[in-house]
Design a protein. Structure first.
Length: 429
């Protein structure tokens, strides 16, 4: 029983693994998407060549290209593995057909030898007329006919098996030809990767030479991010204070109404009814109320599928600790997205404008979605105002240029306690 269960478990695990394996068509589609991203990154670098030369943007761009190129090669390796598995399966079929042909030919040869030895009409007639009865003779005639049919069937089986083997041999040649093309493609992509790595090393060496200058630039960026974080904290605290004040006012009004009801009932004893103390309901968050609890739940249900704040862009910095070429580290509260200057920046989800803040030369919009907040920094031409209700996809403003002259949007996502990784909530690019 244990052996049967182990075999069944192994079969189901293998079936699940096989089902999870992508097909060649899916791998090809993924490869084309990766190449499109590489082309987009290359276009960005070429378009802003004079601005990005010798900057973090250039290094980030070439780093992205290297990472994407490595994914392309990994994709090709998986494609080669599928082709190898296909070749192995076809070769296994060919060997099986070879063994089957050997058996069929041996059996056919035996029947032909027997037929040759008993080829005279006298032998057949003797076999029939030596029957003990008429019924026995009929059975012997039927046997001779079936034996003749059996020999014909043997010949047909040999021809059919040879045809099937020929088809598998032709299929093997086709798969090997495809593998040859894929290997040639891999060789070209490996050459590209090698050149990109050399370019990355060259840019990194140049950036290390100007480490102090870059660190100074990121010190300014860090101060700017700190001001944005303070604005977010202030917006959250204000939202909490407003929520607490609103809840207190509602509770005061409820108690006043309860007192009036008690006074009315004491003047008319016949209508006196015992009052029960309302149980205190534990609130998950002071920011949640009957107006936004549904919105908050919808946002949580859309985790991993929210749209990006800009339609087209590339990531400059991820959430959390980012290593700079100079060796310094930047703790990013959100995700920085590079895009064209003037690109419309849109709300990723419906909510209320909690705050619109001017920090240095840029504008910052903070939206509240229940107990969650999204912040859109480095904007210009903001089109919304505090207290306004916005819908998902509504334009909030336009992307401004950063210190390198490249369009950038800093997107931060927070709850009432801390910042959270936006890329875990946004749909995969």
């Amino acid at each position: 029983m244990v052996r049967i269960l182990f075999t069944a478990a192994t079969f189901f695990l293998f079936s699940a693994f096989a089902a999870a394996q992508p097909t060649r068509e899916e791998l090809e589609k993924q490869r084309q998407q990766l190449k499109a991203e590489i082309e987009q990154t290359e276009h960005m670098l070429n378009e802003n060549k004079t601005k990005t030369k010798g900057t973090y943007i250039e290094w980030k761009g070439i780093t992205n290209k290297v990472n994407l190129q490595e994914k392309v090669i990994d994709n090709i390796n998986r494609d080669i593995d599928l082709l190898d598995n296909n070749i192995y399966g076809i070769q296994k079929d060919i060997r099986r057909y070879d063994r089957l042909l050997d058996t069929l030919k041996q059996e056919y040869a035996k029947s032909m030898v027997y037929a040759y030895k008993n080829r005279s009409n006298y032998d057949f007639l003797s076999f029939i007329f030596s029957s003990a009865s008429f019924n026995d003779a009929i059975k012997r005639v039927a046997y001779l006919k079936s034996y003749r049919n059996y020999r014909e069937m043997q010949g047909e089986n040999i021809l059919r098996t040879q045809d099937l083997r020929k088809q598998r041999v032709e299929a093997l040649g086709g798969v090997k030809e495809k593998k040859s093309v894929v290997l040639e493609d891999k060789s070209k992509e490996m050459d590209k990767l090698e050149k990109q790595k050399q370019e990355k090393d060259r840019i990194l060496a140049d950036l290390k030479k100007q480490g102090k200058q870059l660190n100074a630039q990121y010190a300014v960026k860090k101060k700017q991010l700190s001001k944005v974080s303070n604005a977010i904290t202030a917006a959250i605290n204000k939202a909490r204070a407003d929520a607490i004040a609103k809840a207190a006012a509602e509770e005061k009004a409820r108690l006043a109404n309860a007192a009036k009801t008690n006074t009315a009932t004491t003047t008319n004893p016949r209508t006196v009814t015992p009052t029960t103390k309302r149980p205190v309901k534990e609130q998950a968050s002071v920011l949640l109320n009957q107006d936004n609890v549904s919105l908050n739940e919808k946002l949580e249900n859309n985790r991993g599928s929210l749209p990006w704040p800009v339609q087209k862009g590339y990531i400059l910095m991820h959430f959390g600790i980012n290593d700079l070429p100079s060796g310094a580290k930047v703790d990013n509260p959100g995700v920085n997205v590079g895009t064209d200057i003037g690109t419309p920046v849109k709300a990723v989800f419906s909510g209320t404008v909690s705050s619109v803040v001017n920090i240095d030369e840029m504008q910052v919009v903070i939206l509240q979605h229940g107990r969650y907040f999204t912040t859109y920094s480095n904007l210009s031409g903001v089109t919304v105002s505090k207290g306004q209700t916005v819908s998902s996809g509504q334009v909030l403003g336009k992307a401004m240029s950063n210190d390198d002259g490249i369009g950038e949007v800093d997107f931060i996502m927070s709850n009432e306690k801390s910042n959270i990784d936006p890329e875990r909530w946004l749909r995969p690019r």
